[in-house]
Design a protein around this ligand. Structure first.
Ligand SMILES: [Zn+2]
Length: 93
């Protein structure tokens, strides 16, 4: 069965406004947390995603580095966009 990520939390972690680089920590329904690297210009684009190693990967079950989340990053990004999470967290920053 394909893994379907569901975003439950989205937080600003770090950013460089001048460069337009932003890091967010996204939490998924199954407790998985990932750091997402975004480039703001010319439009919000995901540059990278890393699973935080607090829980094993939900896809391959490894508890160390793997690339699985890169395969579902488009789905995560779609939820971030649909729910306007970036503008929401930036307005609170
Ligand atoms: Zn994995």
């Amino acid at each position: 069965m394909a893994y379907i990520p569901k975003v439950i939390d989205f937080k600003l972690s770090d950013y460089n406004e001048k460069e337009g680089l932003y890091q967010f920590v996204v939490e998924l329904q199954d407790g998985i947390k990932c750091r997402m690297f975004y480039n703001r210009y010319p439009e919000w684009t995901v540059k990278n995603i890393n699973r935080l190693h607090t829980t094993p990967c939900p896809i391959c079950r490894r508890d160390y580095i793997c690339k699985c989340m890169a395969n579902v990053v488009d789905q995560i990004h779609a939820q971030v966009q649909d729910r306007e999470l970036i503008s929401s967290v930036l307005s609170q920053a």
